[in-house]
Structures are given as structure tokens and as C-alpha cells.
Design a protein around this ligand. Structure first.
Ligand code: ZN
Ligand code: MN
Length: 482
């Protein structure tokens, strides 16, 4: 980007819609299930038939309360639902039941951590609402279909203050939020199923100023990466407009991943355009102190508390502790393995560094793979006993993740055990010396680093089944004596 005379600061906020993990919809008894045949999970209520009445899902309120408590929000003792009126084919009632002026929760915060250190991102509000249906466009946009399975699914909309200053902070915020919501069983936050969707609002200002510039909103971002890219693209657009002396217009935009740019979808409508008014078919919702207390006690250990415990009880570094605690499945795996193996830092190293590498390669996650904590513990035992090298151990564990078989079995059947027979090691070393006269000459000529190459050749020839240290010792001995 061309340097500008002014150093502009990004000022951004995020609105996140998360799908609450309930069995049924917000205002009817229809099941909530992803991937069901279109319009199979509908009834007169969520189809908006005249004369039907909504019935509030108590579990959705409980989960909303639990989220409010987790976010450290102030919970409204009395809240209500409102109709947000607009016309769109995915909205059968022509209004969405949402919350307008009395949201369930206000004034919370999420702690984030980036390279720049810890920061606190304030939550402006969180409110309950129902989802709309889904439009499916086919034949190059000439035909459209409506699937109302999602219409009426319970959502919690979480809105931050404009506290984010970089795309990296936005990513950190969303990771923390997702980790908390998943840990507390509030939402699965599976973005591929649309269970977590983001809108970002963006403005810029000269760094150091505390004024707020004209704000635009980028809608419907369905991955953390797109959130980051959209923030960067919209920041670039704002700077370019301001530098060119063109006034910024308050607008709603879409992010185009192919062009990595944003484009204006419509000039922003204000709240007044939605003609919000209280939902006459639902009574106001009174939240008692006992219900808030119940939400508090239902809250399991949050990722930040977990991380602190890992540092304290397992002597992990901050970095490992934060990575492991941020994901529920990873944390459960780590704790089970660390307890059984009794060496938490080694387990943490495998969980943070080695395991994700082969899971990513196989397009797997801890949850979709067949890897168990017991398999990792068994494998660490094999390494300690000198039965496998670390290189072979990685391979065996990757196979175990695919097949669910025991690492010991995989090592035995695959002939992966470490070669300890000194005669066999010597044979490989001799073969490598004979096959690499140039490297041998270099080493003898004083280029000591060549030994690493020769060790590598021995490892390659033995498929990593010789301990590197043993190979190096023998190589050095042989090369200095001949
Ligand atoms: Zn229904
Ligand atoms: Mn909303």
C-alpha cells in the first residue's frame, strides 16, 4: 500500500450471530438439524401462517443467560421481544422476532491476547432472536429456492463496542468467543454449518484521534479468515476514499473473496426503517436472581481459567496453555493424556505441535480422527523405552489417528521399531560412506557441518529407525579412523 501522509487507525466492531445449541426452534417445536431435506423441519408457526402463536423455548433463554454470564454482562431483570419488520423471501412472517431496546444482556467483555499483549474487548449488548430461512440460487441466478428449515432457529446476537484495532485482534476476539461458547455448551459454532456468522463494522481515523469516522458494515462473513480479509480490504477502501477527497457514505457492503475487495450492496438503513415494535404475542420476560445464579453455576471452567490452571498445575508455558485451553476437544484430550502419562509438557508439545500437523494433512480434527489420549500415552512409553525413534513415533501416531489401532501394534506390524542391532547400523553407515565420497571428503577436509547431511542419509536409508545420535557417533568414529 502506498504510504499516506496521515497514519490511519482501523476502528472496528463485530456483530456475531451464534446458533444456540437447542433441540428445537425458538418459538415452535420443530427440530433443529443441519442438512435435513429442504422444508422438512417446518410447521405453521415457523412458516408464519395466520393465527399461529409463538411459544418461547426455555432452553434458548437458559443458554442466552449462560452466555451473558460467561461474557460478564449485566443481565436485564426485565427484557422483551420486538418485531423487526422487513420484507424478504426468506422471512415468512415479514418480521423477525428479535430484541430491540431491552436486550437480554449489556456491558460485558472478552479478554484477548495478541502479539501486542492482552486487551479487553467490550461487549455492547447480546440479545436473543430467531434466524431466517435460506435462499438457494441456481442456474446462474435465474431460479431461486427457499428452505425454511432454519427459519425460527434460536440465535444470540453478540455486539462488541468499536474496540478492535486490527484484523489480528478481530481474529483473536472471535477465537476467544468461540472457545468460550463451545466450552460452555452454548453453541457448537461450526461455521461450515452457519452456526457462527459475522458482520463487521469499520471506520478509520488518524492515529491518536478519538473521534469516530463514517462507519460501514460488511455483512455475512462465514470464516475467521474472511473476517480478517474483509477488515483489511475495507480499511484500504476507506483510506483510498479519504485520501482522494471523496466523502465516505454509510453503507452495507459484501466481501468478494475472489477479488479480495468489498463492494457496496446498499446504502445503510437506520433502525427506524425496521419499524420495531413490541411483539404482542409474547409477554415480557422477567429474569429472576435465582435464574441468573443458576446460569452462573451451570457455567463450566472457561478457557482463560483453564489456561491459568495449566500453567499452575502442569507447568505449561503461557503459549501452550492458551492454545490447548482455547478448544474444548483439545483441552479434554490434553488433560486425559497428561494425567495418564504424567509428563504434561511432553504431552503438550505433541498436542500443540506434532498432532495438528498430521491431522491437517489428513484433513482431520481431534474429533473426527480416531486418535485417543491412550494411544498418545502408549506411544510416549514406546519412545521412553527406546523402542521407536521420535521420527517413527510420529508416523505411527498418524496411522493410529487414521485407523484407531494401537501404536504398539502399528510399530510391531510395520517393522518400525528402532534398529538397535549394532551390526545393522554399521552396515547402513558403511553404505552411506561408500555412496557419498564428496561429502566424506568435505568432512575430512574440515567441513564439520557435512556430518548432518551424512546422518540424514543414514536416517533416510533406514527410514528413520536408527537413533540420529547413534548414527552420528558411529559416522564420526569411522571417518576419523580412516
Ligand atoms: Zn416450526
Ligand atoms: Mn440480528
Amino acid at each position: 500500500m502506498a504510504a499516506t501522509a496521515v497514519d490511519y487507525e482501523l476502528v472496528a466492531g463485530i456483530e456475531t450471530h451464534v446458533q444456540l445449541d437447542t433441540r428445537t426452534k425458538m418459538f415452535c417445536a420443530c427440530a433443529v438439524r443441519f442438512g435435513a431435506p429442504p422444508n422438512s423441519l417446518t410447521c405453521p408457526v415457523c412458516l408464519g401462517h395466520p393465527g399461529t402463536l409463538p411459544t418461547l423455548n426455555g432452553t434458548a433463554v437458559e443458554l442466552g443467560l449462560r452466555a451473558a454470564v460467561a461474557l460478564g454482562c449485566t443481565i436485564a431483570p426485565r427484557t422483551k421481544f420486538d418485531r423487526k419488520n422487513y420484507y424478504y423471501p426468506d422471512l415468512p412472517k415479514n418480521y423477525q422476532i428479535s430484541q430491540f431496546d431491552l436486550p437480554l444482556a449489556t456491558a460485558g467483555a472478552v479478554e484477548i491476547r495478541t502479539k501486542a499483549g492482552p486487551r479487553r474487548i467490550r461487549i455492547h449488548r447480546a440479545h436473543l432472536e430467531e434466524d431466517a430461512g435460506k435462499l438457494i440460487h441456481e442456474d446462474a441466478g435465474t431460479r431461486s429456492f427457499v428452505d425454511l428449515n432454519r427459519a425460527g432457529v434460536p440465535l444470540l446476537e453478540i455486539v462488541t463496542e468499536p474496540d478492535l484495532r486490527s484484523a489480528e485482534e478481530a481474529h483473536a476476539y472471535l477465537s476467544s468467543l468461540k472457545g468460550m461458547l463451545r466450552a460452555a455448551g452454548i453453541s457448537n459454532c461450526d461455521m461450515e454449518k452457519g452456526e457462527l456468522r459475522c458482520d463487521v463494522n469499520v471506520s478509520i481515523r488518524p492515529r491518536g484521534s478519538d473521534s469516530l469516522g463514517v462507519k460501514t458494515e460488511v455483512k455475512n462473513l462465514n470464516s475467521f479468515r474472511f473476517v480478517q480479509k474483509a477488515l483489511e480490504a475495507e480499511y484500504r477502501r476507506h483510506v483510498a476514499e479519504v485520501e482522494a477527497g471523496r466523502p465516505l457514505v454509510q453503507a452495507t457492503l459484501l466481501y468478494d473473496p475472489e477479488k479480495n475487495s468489498t463492494r457496496i450492496m446498499r446504502v445503510k438503513e437506520g433502525a427506524v426503517d425496521y419499524r420495531y415494535f413490541p411483539e404482542p404475542d409474547l409477554p415480557p420476560l422477567e429474569i429472576s436472581a435465582a435464574e441468573i445464579e443458576a446460569a452462573r453455576t451451570s457455567l463450566p471452567e472457561m478457557p482463560a481459567e483453564k489456561a491459568a490452571r495449566y500453567v499452575r498445575d502442569f507447568a505449561l508455558g503461557d503459549y501452550e496453555a492458551n492454545i490447548i485451553s482455547s478448544d474444548k476437544a483439545t483441552a479434554a484430550f490434553f488433560e486425559a493424556a497428561a494425567r495418564a502419562a504424567g509428563k504434561a509438557r511432553t504431552v503438550a508439545n505433541w498436542v500443540v505441535n506434532e498432532i495438528p500437523r498430521f491431522l491437517n494433512e489428513g484433513n482431520l480434527t481431534l474429533e473426527t480422527s480416531k486418535l485417543t489420549p491412550a494411544a498418545l500415552v502408549e506411544l510416549l512409553g514406546l519412545i521412553d523405552a527406546g523402542i521407536v525413534t521420535v521420527a517413527s513415533a510420529k508416523e505411527a501416531l498418524a496411522k493410529s489417528a487414521e485407523t484407531g489401532r494401537s501404536p504398539a501394534e502399528i510399530v510391531r506390524e510395520g517393522g518400525m521399531a528402532t534398529v538397535t542391532d549394532s551390526g545393522a547400523i554399521e552396515k547402513s553407515v558403511d553404505a552411506v560412506i561408500a555412496a557419498n565420497p564428496k561429502a566424506v571428503a568435505d568432512f575430512k577436509g574440515g567441513k564439520d557441518s557435512t556430518i548432518k547431511f551424512l546422518v540424514g542419509q543414514v536416517m533416510k536409508a533406514t527410514q528413520g529407525r536408527v537413533k540420529a545420535q547413534a548414527a552420528e557417533e558411529l559416522l564420526r568414529r569411522k571417518l576419523s579412523s580412516t
